[in-house]
Design a protein around this ligand. Structure first.
Ligand code: ADP
Ligand code: MG
Length: 352
């Protein structure tokens, strides 16, 4: 058993279990036995996904409040279930804490996970707790979906329109600020805003706070994903964890299609443009990742219905391009009217 000052393994499990005590859905058997027993709705299919956040790889404790780390660990899993058009149900939480960790930080992680679990009505039903070289938080989440209605990546076909929810690039801009020494507290208040070694002032501080929050506290598109799945509007869908330039090719490969997207139609986050300028903002939108917006293909004839749904959800949805036959590749139509091949790994195209 790992021992930390004032908080040990048992203490952490008791704390997170108490804070996240499931109200709905209630497991048949939750924390405390060798395995949880769940009762999933009848006539449903089960989704199962997992994501791992490791210190030094996905985040740095130096600039990540524990509360937001716990919340994000669940959010990124909720985003995966959203991208399948499902309803999130239950999860297990595995954490590794380095010896000597500040117990207050560990408690904050528990509060972050538990708060987000309540907000999204998902039940914490078990997990594992151990000592580790580097702090990590890993969650595995189940979800449910009507049989055959999960929205996969492979349902796009030539002629479909491509849409993206929200705006792109704020999270990457926020990461740039954090790496440059900016800081935010657990409530999302800016504690210091620095960019290229200089303190930010005035209106840029508001953009900085929003960009940093986008990175530390992304909002999973649970409602939109569910609506797009249930209505059958999304023929194929993926959540944008690695950026358009990587995630669009994934959707295309799965669907055996090509695509063209229009640079002028990409909803670059205003924060990214204000803080970094248009061309770096574009780079953040294309290659930055961690926006956790949804990219989906819908039949072109359904475009007006998609727009109506977006208004209902009060969520901007942008039409950014269309699906093409595979032989046409994956291309970007630039603002000056030229076609360029979209390279999944390289975002050098956007460095001007
Ligand atoms: P085992 O040795 O069977 O893995 P543990 O002592 O690790 O049991 O865990 C005891 C109980 O506490 C189990 O029900 C387990 O699912 C739960 N648990 C352990 N760590 C966590 C955690 N981080 N979050 C939620 N539940 C946890
Ligand atoms: Mg264990």
């Amino acid at each position: 058993m790992a021992r930390w000052e004032h908080l040990d393994e048992r203490g952490f499990i008791d704390l997170v279990g108490r804070l996240a005590r499931p109200v709905r859905p209630r497991p048949v058997l939750g924390i405390g036995d060798d395995a949880a027993v769940l009762s999933l709705p009848p006539r449903s299919q089960t989704l199962l996904t997992t994501d791992l956040l490791t210190d030094g790889v996905h985040f740095r404790t130096a600039y990540t409040p524990g509360l937001l780390l716990g919340r994000k660990a669940l959010s990124v899993n909720l985003s995966d279930v959203a991208a399948m058009g499902g309803v999130p149900h239950s999860f297990v939480l595995s954490v590794g804490f380095p010896r000597g960790i500040d117990p207050a930080y560990a408690r904050a992680v528990a509060r972050g996970v538990a708060g987000q679990a309540r907000r999204f009505g998902v039940a914490l039903v078990g997990g594992d707790t151990c000592a580790a070289r580097a702090l990590f938080v890993s969650i595995a989440l189940t979800g449910v979906v009507e049989p055959g209605r999960a929205v996969r990546r492979d349902g796009a076909r030539p002629g479909d329109a491509l849409f993206v929810t929200g705006t792109l690039g704020a999270a990457a801009a926020g990461l740039t600020l954090l790496e440059g020494g900016s800081r935010c507290d657990a409530a999302g208040r800016l504690k210091g805003a620095r960019l290229r070694g200089r303190a930010l002032g005035g209106g840029l501080r508001r953009h900085a706070a929003r960009a940093i929050r986008a990175h530390l506290d992304p909002a999973p598109r649970t409602l939109a994903g569910r609506a797009l799945g249930l209505t059958g509007l999304a023929a194929a869908m993926i959540d944008l964890s690695d950026g358009l330039s990587q995630d669009l090719p994934r959707l295309c490969r799965a669907s055996d299609c090509g695509a063209v997207i229009e640079e002028a139609a990409i909803p670059i986050a205003p924060e990214a443009v204000a803080l970094l300028g248009r061309s770096r903002g574009m780079r953040c939108a294309m290659a930055g990742g961690e926006d956790y917006e949804l990219l989906f293909a819908a039949r072109a004839a359904h475009a007006a219905v998609v727009a109506r749904l977006a208004r209902r959800l009060r969520l901007p949805v942008s039409r950014i391009g269309q699906v093409l036959p595979r032989r046409q590749g994956i291309r970007l139509l630039t603002r000056d009217g030229r076609y360029r091949r979209l390279e999944p790994a390289g975002f050098e195209h956007f460095a001007r």
